[in-house]
Design a protein around this ligand. Structure first.
Ligand code: FES
Length: 153
């Protein structure tokens, strides 16, 4: 495949890249930019492990072709902490044991932040509904909801 030029900003850093049209945003982040915090679970939109923000909206990066993100701003789990300070949602996940193995955690945290930002964290049921696309094999769900509730307050 012929490579296509792609400019995008990831965690505040501008990149001028050249990518094959079939490469997903997930593979671009992990393989080309070495940002391996974003995880590949199913690679077809079922698990949420690959969740990132694109222009502030949550996106399953395995379902987005990299070249469709020309000029956009991508935020990954690596972009949340500021000057050595964890994002409040990261701190809340630690405080409430919102993970066990941790594999789904980056995606859970990116969705959790979007949940609050989009105003879907008013009740536990609403949080559960919004977070239903993020699968956790360890079953940390109640603790994840606890963490989101705390940040929402
Ligand atoms: Fe993208 Fe599962 S890896 S939703």
């Amino acid at each position: 495949f012929e490579k296509i030029p792609l400019r995008l900003t990831v965690n505040g850093q501008a990149h001028a890249l050249s990518v094959e049209p079939r490469v997903t945003l997930l593979d671009l982040l992990r393989e080309q930019l070495k940002l391996t915090g974003t995880k590949k679970g199913c690679d077809h939109g079922q698990c949420g492990a690959c969740t990132v923000h694109v222009d502030g909206e949550r996106v399953n990066s395995c379902l987005s072709l990299a070249v469709m993100n020309e000029g956009k701003e991508v935020t990954t789990i690596e972009g949340l902490a500021r000057e050595g300070e964890l994002h409040p949602m990261q701190a809340a996940f630690i405080k409430h044991d919102g993970f066990q193995c941790g594999y789904c955690t980056p995606g859970q945290i990116m969705s959790a932040i979007a949940c609050i930002r989009e105003g879907h964290a008013r009740t536990r049921d609403e949080i559960r509904e919004y977070m239903s696309g993020n699968i956790c094999r360890c079953g940390a769900y109640p603790h994840i909801v606890d963490a989101i509730e705390e940040v929402q307050k």
